[in-house]
Design a binder for this molecule. Structure first.
Ligand code: NDP
Ligand code: ZN
Length: 351
């Protein structure tokens, strides 16, 4: 079968691979809709998680089951399912401790396109089908549902990490697809003022539609000085980071009120250290919390999130700006994610 892979750091391409064997608790799927992720870009072109050889890329998609292992109880061939980017081992101690995304070691729940072949192939394998897959409800568009694999759970996780509460003022740094879902998640959790940081016109427009009250350009001066000006010097209760770089944390700390929290879901592809400004961090005593996390995956998370689509509480179709057809267009879709044309939010490939 054909698979689109990371051949080595800085190089992608198509290779022939054998169809994977189904594990006893796993499932084999053929893709229905796929999307590339900015994380694939960090992984391939920045070598952010190290060298990989002919690793199949991709971790966002909806698929149809073609085979299940003998221990799978709840799914069967023909079922259409949402595949989460993070597919933990649910019987691990880390999962029992509440951190399933780190099952088997740090970031160990992130298997596709990291430590196992991903979704960009004619057939792909999912570990622990009962624990990780969720049925695609009747009437839900597979393209919109593909945003549930990673964009929604990651963006929403920023609000969980920072514990956004009713009436909080929030600054969301980065309004690509992840940041846009951070805006939507903060609003769903009751945020009042939401300052959204980004410049691409489509993203700015959609951020407003998801509930951003103010737009800030990081290209027009430091983010913290702009937020502090807009809040009369008070700053915000929570900062959600879904873009920027290692220096972004200093800006976040400076605009945060004492007792505030930063929830980071940005994948830091480059740089060695994060610097925390001593004085703005209350000389070590400001009660300004900094938490960074990989999205929670798994079946329950997918079922809960898709219920927001079913009830119309969330419209993920606004994220999709480019629709391509056929497995071979996955290459063009990934290059869109790498080059980030000004009109891009998220591309989708339909099969
Ligand atoms: P995008 O590249 O589409 O969006 C990045 C955003 O950050 C844009 O709004 C961009 O602005 C803005 N930005 C760029 N530079 C700066 C800066 N210096 N200061 C402030 N803002 C800046 O990315 P995605 O939304 O696709 O992904 C966001 C991040 O989330 C990625 O790093 C991705 O790898 C990561 N991720 C993390 C996951 C997790 O589980 N933790 C899972 C999935 C993704 P502009 O409008 O100008 O382009
Ligand atoms: Zn991703």
């Amino acid at each position: 079968m054909k698979a689109f892979v990371m051949k080595k750091i800085g190089e992608t391409g198509w290779v022939e691979k054998p169809v994977p064997k189904c594990s006893p608790m796993g499932a084999l799927l053929k893709p229905i809709a796929l999307a590339p992720c900015t994380s694939d870009v960090h992984t391939v072109w920045e070598g952010a998680v190290g060298e990989r050889t002919d690793l199949t890329l991709g971790h966002e998609g909806v698929g149809e089951i073609i085979e299940v292992g003998p221990l799978v109880k709840d799914f069967k061939p023909g079922d259409k399912v949402i595949v989460p980017a993070i597919t933990p081992d649910w019987n691990s101690l880390e999962a029992q401790a509440g951190f399933s995304m780190h099952s088997g070691g740090m970031l160990g729940g992130w298997k596709f396109s990291n430590i196992a072949d991903g979704l960009f192939s004619e057939v792909f394998h999912v570990n622990d089908a009962d624990g990780n897959l969720a049925l695609l409800p009747e009437g839900v568009d597979p393209a919109a549902a593909t945003m549930l694999s990673d964009m929604v759970p990651t963006g929403f996780h920023a609000s969980e990490l920072a514990d956004v509460k009713y009436g909080d003022t929030v600054c969301v740094i980065g309004i690509g697809p992840v940041g846009l879902m951070a805006v939507a998640g903060a609003v769903l959790r009751g945020a009042s003022h939401v300052f959204a940081v980004g410049t691409r016109p489509n993203c700015v427009q959609v951020a407003k539609e998801y509930g951003a009250t103010d737009i800030i350009s990081y290209k027009e001066g430091s983010i913290d000085s702009q937020v502090l000006k807009k809040t009369g010097g008070k700053g915000v209760d929570k900062v959600l980071i879904a873009g920027g770089n290692c220096d972004t944390f200093a800006e976040a700390v400076r605009m945060l009120k004492p007792g505030g929290a930063i929830g980071n879901v940005n994948y830091l592809g480059e740089g060695e250290y994060i610097k925390i400004p001593r004085a703005a961090w209350g000389v070590g005593m400001g009660h300004k919390k900094i938490v960074g996390g990989l999205m929670p995956g798994g079946r329950l998370r997918m079922e809960k999130l898709v219920s927001l689509l079913v009830t119309g509480r969330l419209d993920t179709s606004k994220l999709i700006t480019h629709r391509l057809q056929g497995l071979e267009s996955i290459e063009a879709a990934l290059m869109l994610m790498k080059d980030k044309p000004r009109d891009l939010i998220k591309p989708i490939v339909l099969l």
